[in-house]
Design a binder for this molecule. Structure first.
Ligand code: ATP
Ligand code: MG
Length: 456
């Protein structure tokens, strides 16, 4: 009864609401399949992000069958079906018309043939469909490519990238998420067409770039560099790759070091961006040693990087909250309390300066920074770093005050004790905090009031 050559014996687990949606569509005389990323990820044993459904039903027919729907992208045939309090995108089989500017199809048309819909998809591993009655429909040997662990375009790579240049970056992002290689012809087309990524909007680039750098293989950013992709989407990385580090602390250029650091921080958006940009100021902060003119210094590179970071991330349309945290991390990544002596007092002052809210992340970045250095650089100061980590634990566990807001006294208390109002209050609190940073024992209201009274 079905016209597709499906692998019937092939069974995968699909969530209940997806099963219901598929079978309701079938009961109404249509075809319906789970498709794309969810099929790929389930076969690979990965948790799918979302379940997309492709169907021969037209949008109006989908809306007639299901009570609760949202017109998500009705002109492209996408309707969101609400089922068991979740939303599922149900899209009509579609053929994309001619493409304009390596970006958008001029028009889309609906088809009743699943294979036509699979043909428009980017990579063979993303072009498989599944439903319980037909089994797996794999017209482009996605299974074979999953076994070979390769990302390969459906059809002629250069043509497919010519239609939509974003696919160039998507290829590298899937290779990073799955740990796959990129098939030779596909890679060749990527190299040739990388410059056309300039036609793609910053938002779409950001989404893919962020998935790449937060993946388990952030080192694939090197593939993006070698193919000429970063030159378009993140030219700052090319500058880093062109910046050697002739210092005893390092053995890699700034770009290679950066990749190592990304590999050693947790795979969160904030940490990976911070790692990627922590040394972005280095190429602009080079000086040469007076005694040994071969040897380089990068004084002030963290400040320079913190100056550059907001505009890079704004250009890529990141949200303000992430931009703020990443910028702070870039700015403080080279702050070492050790330079003034690794004492508990200096560490409390460092926590005050950097901020308790990001100190854990700062320590993660410092740790990773060590891992990307030469043997000499790795060892130099590492004991101090371990002590710093331990002291930070202690500060958290014992609720040690490192911020004005944690003082056991407020401006109100000072006024009640007879302190005149005005800027003097802030000055006194600041001085009290200094005393408490030096001696945490002082953080008791009575003690602080006694000290304060000598100041007004
Ligand atoms: P993720 O797990 O990140 O969501 P995904 O494979 O589901 O990965 P989506 O961007 O959600 O990727 O797209 C869903 C499906 O739509 C893809 O699997 C692919 O079949 C198709 N697709 C998405 N973007 C494109 C594109 N630019 N060109 C061709 N096909 C695409
Ligand atoms: Mg998806």
């Amino acid at each position: 009864m079905n016209r597709y050559h499906g692998m019937k014996q092939f069974k995968i687990d699909i969530p209940k609401p997806v099963k219901i949606i598929i079978s309701l569509l079938e009961q109404n005389g249509h075809e319906a399949f789970a498709v794309g990323g969810c099929v790929r990820d389930t076969i690979l044993g990965r948790e799918p992000q979302d379940w997309d459904i492709t169907t021969s039903a037209l949008p109006e027919q989908i809306k007639d069958i299901f009570h609760r729907t949202i017109d998500t992208g009705i002109q492209h045939g996408t309707v969101t079906v609400l089922m068991q309090r979740q939303g599922f995108e149900v899209t009509t089989y579609r053929i994309d018309g001619e493409y304009q500017d390596s970006r958008h199809p001029k028009s889309v048309s609906f088809t009743s043939n699943l294979i036509e819909d699979l043909k428009r998809r980017d990579f063979t591993i993303n072009a498989m469909a599944y439903n319980p009655s037909v089994g797996l429909v794999d017209a482009f040997d996605g299974m074979g490519d999953m076994e070979k662990k390769v990302i390969k375009c459906v059809g002629e790579a250069a043509e497919r990238f010519g239609e939509d240049a974003l696919r160039i970056l998507r290829a590298v992002r899937f290779s990073a998420q799955l740990g796959f290689d990129i098939e030779t012809r596909t890679m060749k087309a990527i190299r040739k067409l990388a410059p056309t990524l300039e036609n793609i909007s910053a938002e779409r680039i950001r989404v893919e770039l962020e998935k790449l750098i937060t993946s388990s293989h952030p080192e694939k950013l090197m593939t993006a560099y070698e193919a000429g992709i970063t030159k378009v989407v993140l030219p700052e990385f090319d500058k880093m790759m062109e910046c050697p580090q002739n210092t005893p602390y390092h053995m890699y250029n700034v770009g290679e070091h950066t990749i190592k650091v990304m590999e050693h921080v947790p795979a969160t958006k904030e940490m990976r961006w911070a790692a990627l940009l922590h040394d972005v100021g280095k190429p602009y902060s080079i000086t040469y040693d007076k005694k040994n003119p071969e040897r380089m210094h990068f004084y002030g590179h963290a400040g320079k990087g913190a100056e550059m970071t907001p505009s890079i991330l704004r250009r890529l349309k990141l949200d303000n909250k992430t931009i703020k945290v990443v910028t702070r991390l870039v700015e403080c990544h080279d702050d070492r309390p050790a330079s003034k002596g690794m004492t508990s007092e200096n560490i409390r002052k460092s926590v005050h300066k950097i901020g308790k809210d990001i100190y854990e992340q700062y320590l993660q970045l410092v740790y990773a920074d060590f891992q990307g250095k030469s043997e000499y650089g790795k060892n130099k100061g590492y004991d101090g770093f371990l002590y710093e980590k331990e002291q930070f634990r202690y500060i958290l566990e014992h609720h040690i005050c490192t911020d004005k807001s944690e003082l056991d006294i407020s401006g109100k208390d000072l006024i009640q004790a007879g302190c005149p109002t005005g800027s003097i209050i802030g000055d006194i609190l600041k001085e009290l905090l200094q005393r408490v940073l030096e001696n945490p024992e002082l953080n008791h209201k009575e003690t602080l009031l006694d000290i304060a009274k000598t100041m007004f």
